[in-house]
Design a protein around this ligand. Structure first.
Ligand SMILES: Nc1ncnc2c1ncn2[C@@H]1O[C@H](COP(=O)(O)OP(=O)(O)OP(=O)(O)O)[C@@H](O)[C@H]1O
Length: 302
């Protein structure tokens, strides 16, 4: 029995991906993929290795131009941007979509605080009127400069990094670097934050700190989050909505409980055919019972 709810249409979508396809030579990495992310929610994009998750992210954030399809970002005020038509820097600046990468990309020689200030470069340059004189004379620049420090301090605190503010970013432990990357992305004041495997390589304590930071971002700022994640404990604990990809196609879409119990998802992760799922689960339960680790199963499909 599959419990939970499948997703239909979102009432207030911040992101709509429609019929997205991406071809690399002879390989169709993404094939007619559609989903919606709801404003103010955490949406997780999951799937086995090579399913196409990063390719979808790269299409949304302008690193790849999709072969086909439409990606619509709808801001709070109702303004819409077709992301597949914007250059990547405009996707951050105008559409207000920020992202982090699978491999951490901080300015490791700059301090933690400086990393957060660099992220606000665009706003500061605008306030300077794009002139050297502006930097020294414009009251607007001074005001913007103070505001940027306040914003950096806010995110230092949220990411539990205030005591490391003056240390080089490269000296931070791995988990703290991940939180700094997210804090830096938040300093661009995005409406949609895209995180590529934020929990990769984290220990359980760092994973908990990450979950807290992501929940705070959603609750305190209303920023919508789209994340790719392999760590199922993170996905199940913090996501409102989960979309599953396999071989570039959507195989499931719903709340975490629905997706976790969907035989198609179980089959994809076990690497078996859909109709073999019951058989495999029965075998696993039998082995668990034999070695004395009962699964506590009621006999229903998990
Ligand atoms: N630039 C590229 N050129 C050619 N093939 C690519 C390119 N980028 C991705 N691919 C291929 O597209 C498919 C999907 O890759 P992608 O990295 O999007 O998957 P993924 O789900 O993010 O995988 P993982 O979980 O391992 O990071 C893979 O077969 C990959 O080899």
């Amino acid at each position: 029995m599959v419990t939970g709810t499948a997703t239909t249409m979102s009432k207030d979508p911040i992101l709509k991906v429609e019929h997205l396809s991406m071809r690399f030579g002879g390989l169709m990495a993404i094939n007619d993929f559609s989903f919606e992310a709801t404003r103010g929610e955490i949406t997780a994009l999951i799937g086995p290795n090579g399913a196409g998750k990063t390719t979808v992210f790269n299409c949304i954030t302008g690193f790849y131009k999709p072969t086909m399809g439409m990606i619509t970002m709808r801001q709070k005020g109702g303004k819409e941007f077709l992301l597949e038509r914007l250059p990547d820097f405009e996707i951050t600046k105008r559409a207000k979509v920020a992202r982090t990468f699978q491999n951490i990309r901080l300015f490791s020689g700059l301090t933690v605080l400086e990393n957060l200030l660099v992220a606000q470069h665009n706003a500061l340059m605008r306030a300077s009127g794009y002139t050297i004189l502006g930097l020294f004379g414009f009251p607007a620049y001074k005001k913007a400069s103070l505001a940027s420090i306040e914003l950096a301090k806010y995110w230092l605190d949220k990411a539990s990094l205030t005591d490391r503010a003056d240390d080089p970013a490269g000296d931070l432990p791995y988990g703290a670097q991940r939180r700094l990357e997210i804090a830096r992305a938040m300093c661009t004041q995005p409406e949609l934050l895209c995180l590529d495997e934020p929990a990769a390589g984290l220990n359980p304590r760092e994973s908990l700190a990450l979950n807290t930071l992501l929940r705070d971002i959603r609750t305190d700022t209303g920023t919508s989050i789209l994340l790719i994640e392999h760590d199922m404990s993170v996905v199940m604990e913090i996501s409102d909505h989960v979309v599953v990809l396999e071989y570039g196609q959507k195989i499931s879409d719903g709340n975490p409980q629905f997706v976790q119990n969907d035989p198609k998802v179980i089959a994809a992760y076990l690497g078996v055919e859909d109709d073999e799922v019951d058989e495999v689960i029965a075998e696993v339960e039998q082995v668990a019972a034999t070695v004395g680790h009962g699964t506590g199963s009621t006999g229903e499909r998990p």
